[in-house]
Design a binder for this molecule. Structure first.
Ligand code: PGA
Ligand code: ZN
Length: 414
């Protein structure tokens, strides 16, 4: 069994050019595992704190004063690594060592172990479960916290190639409509610069209505059928629209606002109008009741909690009491460690929530989340469409298919 012999960490930069932490873990004196922590822009209130006092360097200093605790630990066991980290930092939000460091340590450990054992990471984590490919869910038009003024208030309009026979076809369908959408945007606005937001989605100067209309048209113009070939989704990231003081969702770029009932009606009407297969955080992170109502009224749509569930098992248990959510975003760095994210995935399965493993808007070129998506039997992987750090995850799914680890596409219906 691979035992940790060396461990070091450093500051590197993410896709936004912000500092983050990277960890190298060496097992048995020769197998190097490496992981770099991603980071979000629309961050859930209950997710792990990224860095102690917002200082990546502080996380490294804390780790350096506890390095000895990791030496000799079993790298293939996410629980063992979790316990060491908890021994250093027992706060629920990782205020002392930072969720980013917890992420990088726990992923670097299994990365190293998979190399020592000579098996893909997905294989190490999967517990003999069948491995299907998640469908790529790609952000192709966006605004909100990921793009500048003039872009839609809605954070992400997403596309999913639900009719694809395999991952290669799925990726090509997404690339195709992403390109087609650019043409439509250029026709719509002659001054469109082809600007893109943090996740590679087009970031045009259009309002929410126009954005959705053009997204739909890009699918139809590509010769695809909505609902059988490709389907649309929306991440409202509604916590960033919510103003708790006046209890309204503020669509500032559209210069209007909605109260909770109006927001629910707005969401329901969009699901119907655009046959949405997927919606994420349609109401703010604490409103389990409204989320439950939306879930009840849209049973064919995957009503997903991201900021609401923050990859936290207890939040899934709480949401389920209300019947809120039929889908759950899994972002390991929201939880902190891989072990906690795996506990979350097991709870989601118990509660019949579909898992969608996701990137963050600030990313690295790592592709561990592709393995995690496969091993947790995620129905979808949300990792953008274009951009080196986005495509890195998607290309890894092609490799896993070539290795024979993936056998067909996930079943979205069950
Ligand atoms: P984040 O956003 O990575 O910026 O938090 C992604 C999302 O809300 O899904
Ligand atoms: Zn989200």
């Amino acid at each position: 069994m691979p035992l940790i012999t060396t461990l070091k960490s450093r500051i590197v930069y993410n896709s936004r050019g912000n500092q983050t932490v990277e960890v190298d873990i060496i097992t048995d004196d020769r197998y190097i595992g490496r992981a770099c922590a991603p980071s979000g822009a629309s961050v859930g209130k209950h997710e792990a704190q990224s860095f102690p006092q917002n200082e990546p360097l502080r996380a490294i200093q804390v780790l350096n004063s506890h390095l000895g605790k990791f030496i000799g630990a079993e790298a293939s066991d996410p629980k063992a690594i979790f316990e060491i980290i908890k021994n250093i930092d027992s706060t629920p939000s990782y205020n002392i060592i930072g969720g980013s460091m917890a992420y990088a340590l726990s992923i670097a450990a299994v990365d190293s172990a998979s190399k020592a054992l000579g098996i893909p990471l997905a294989n190490l984590l999967r517990n003999n479960k069948p491995c299907k490919s998640p469908f790529p869910l790609g952000n192709f038009l966006g605004g909100g916290a990921h793009a500048g003024p003039g872009t839609p208030d809605i954070q992400e309009i997403l596309v999913c190639p639900i009719g694809a026979a395999d991952i290669k076809q799925a990726l090509e369908m997404n690339f195709y409509v992403h390109r087609e959408l650019r043409k439509l945007l250029e026709n719509e606005d002659k001054s469109f610069t082809n600007g893109r937001g943090d996740e590679g989605a087009w970031a045009p100067r259009v309002n929410n209505d126009k954005a959705l209309e053009l997204a739909e048209r890009s699918i139809k113009n590509s010769g695809f059928e909505i609902g059988s070939d490709l389907a649309l989704g929306i991440d409202f990231a509604a916590s960033s629209l919510w103003n708790g003081d006046n209890q309204r969702y503020e669509y500032r770029r559209q210069e209007m606002s909605r109260d909770t009932d109006e927001q629910i009606e707005f969401v329901n009407s969009l699901v119907q109008r655009y046959n949405l297969i997927y919606i994420e955080d349609p109401v703010h992170e604490e409103d389990f009741e409204s989320m439950a109502e939306i879930t009840r009224r849209n049973q064919k749509c995957i009503v997903t909690g991201d900021d609401m569930l923050v990859t936290n098992k207890e939040r899934v248990i709480e949401a389920s009491k209300y019947g809120a959510c039929s889908g759950a975003i899994l972002k390991v760095n929201q939880a902190g460690t891989l072990y906690e994210a795996l506990l979350f995935s097991e709870e989601c399965k118990r509660k019949n929530l579909k898992i969608i493993t996701s990137h963050r808007s600030g990313e690295s070129v790592d592709s561990h989340i592709s393995h995690i998506a496969v091993a947790t039997q995620s129905k979808m992987i949300k990792s953008g469409i274009v951009g080196g750090e986005r495509v890195a995850k998607l290309n890894e799914l092609l490799r896993l298919t070539e290795y024979g680890l993936i056998d067909g596409m996930a079943d979205l219906s069950s």
